[in-house]
Design a protein around this ligand. Structure first.
Ligand code: BDR
Ligand code: CA
Length: 327
């Protein structure tokens, strides 16, 4: 069974990823770390605890960094967050990410040490390799590996939801997770670990439709119901302001990273690339792929495509394992 630490800025698609990781029999989820990103750290931590509690899991949750490494120190690098436009449907305001997930408030508590401290302590003591799956900005992971570089050999792979080649979402050149903390991302893509980037090119191809939501709901489980509601909320926002090539569909980015651990062929056209991150002006947060095959060494694997049918089948198998919702 593959051991993983999941790093999240929960977040609607982060929530789907957390549920998938908890339910997978192929994954041993060691911890979930929150980070500043979609929302501030209080909200992403509370939302993470809510999802863990909903599934009745005892996985520990660690509160992570409350700001990117450098960006918020630079007054010229605004805005701070990339909010998508809320819409109103049947009198209800729908956002890509509500401030708080619409499930019971957390009664379970976060752990007493911070996420970067946890990474260092965990990795120092690890006797088996662990995979880090980071589906928010890379602040915690970069901070931890800056604190102690000797733990690198304990990391099997770092799987990152981030970046885009032909598709971006927060600026003409950048995807949100990388744009929010570009310095952390640059540190991680060059840290020497096996790094797999799951960018927007893959997550938009592996989109989820309204029909897929029906499949989730028909399972009659807690996670199936909640995933259906979250994906429908995302589809409503995509339909309104960012329609995908497939009608009535949404990217559910973060969960694709979990699906990749279960079946790597859910990512298609995965190429070894040399990737750098832009820091400023038009290139801020851009994943810059060097087209000169003869110059730089390759430092990342980059997925240019994804398989949406496989992705939905994997999620259905996972959500079917959950307790019945009794609705
Ligand atoms: C990424 O940014 C966040 O809004 C999502 O949770 C996802 O991790 C997509 O760009
Ligand atoms: Ca996320």
């Amino acid at each position: 069974m593959r051991k993983i630490i999941l790093d999240v800025d929960t977040g609607s698609d982060d929530a789907v990823a957390i549920m998938a990781a908890i339910l997978s029999p192929d994954i041993q989820l060691e911890a979930v770390c929150s980070v500043d990103g979609n929302k501030d750290i209080d909200k992403t931590t509370e939302n993470t605890l809510r999802v863990v509690q909903l599934l009745g899991s005892d996985v520990p949750v660690y509160r992570g960094c409350r700001a990117p490494l450098v960006k918020f120190l630079c007054p010229d690098r605004l805005p701070r967050r990339g909010e998508s436009k809320p819409i109103v449907k049947d009198g209800k305001v729908i956002q890509m990410h509500a401030d708080y997930l619409d499930i019971p408030a957390a009664e379970i508590k976060e752990q007493p040490i911070s996420a970067p401290e946890f990474y260092v302590q965990y990795l120092r003591q690890a006797t088996e390799p662990v995979t880090i799956v980071a589906v928010g900005p890379l602040t915690n992971v970069a901070m931890a590996l800056m604190m102690d570089g000797t733990v690198m050999d304990k990391i099997e792979e770092i799987v990152i939801m981030g970046g885009g080649y032909n598709i971006t979402n927060v600026t003409p050149t950048a995807e949100f997770n990388i744009w929010h903390d570009p310095e952390a991302a640059q540190f991680i893509v060059h840290c020497g670990a096996k790094v797999t980037l799951v960018p927007l090119d893959a997550t938009h191809a592996a989109c989820i439709t309204l029909d897929d939501c029906e499949r989730f709901r028909k399972l009659g489980t807690v996670s199936g119901d909640f995933a259906a509601a979250l994906c429908e909320q995302r589809i409503a926002v995509h339909d309104d302001s960012q329609p995908l090539a497939v009608p009535h569909a949404a990217a559910v980015h973060d969960a694709l990273c979990i699906a990749y651990l279960i079946d790597p062929t859910v990512l298609k056209d995965v190429r070894e690339v040399h990737c750098d991150i832009g820091f400023r002006d038009f290139s801020e947060g851009q994943t810059i792929l060097d087209p000169r095959y003869y110059t730089e060494e390759k430092n990342c694997r980059f997925a240019f495509d994804g398989d949406r049918f496989k992705f939905v089948d994997i999620l259905c198998d996972l959500f079917a394992r959950d307790k019945k919702s009794g609705r």
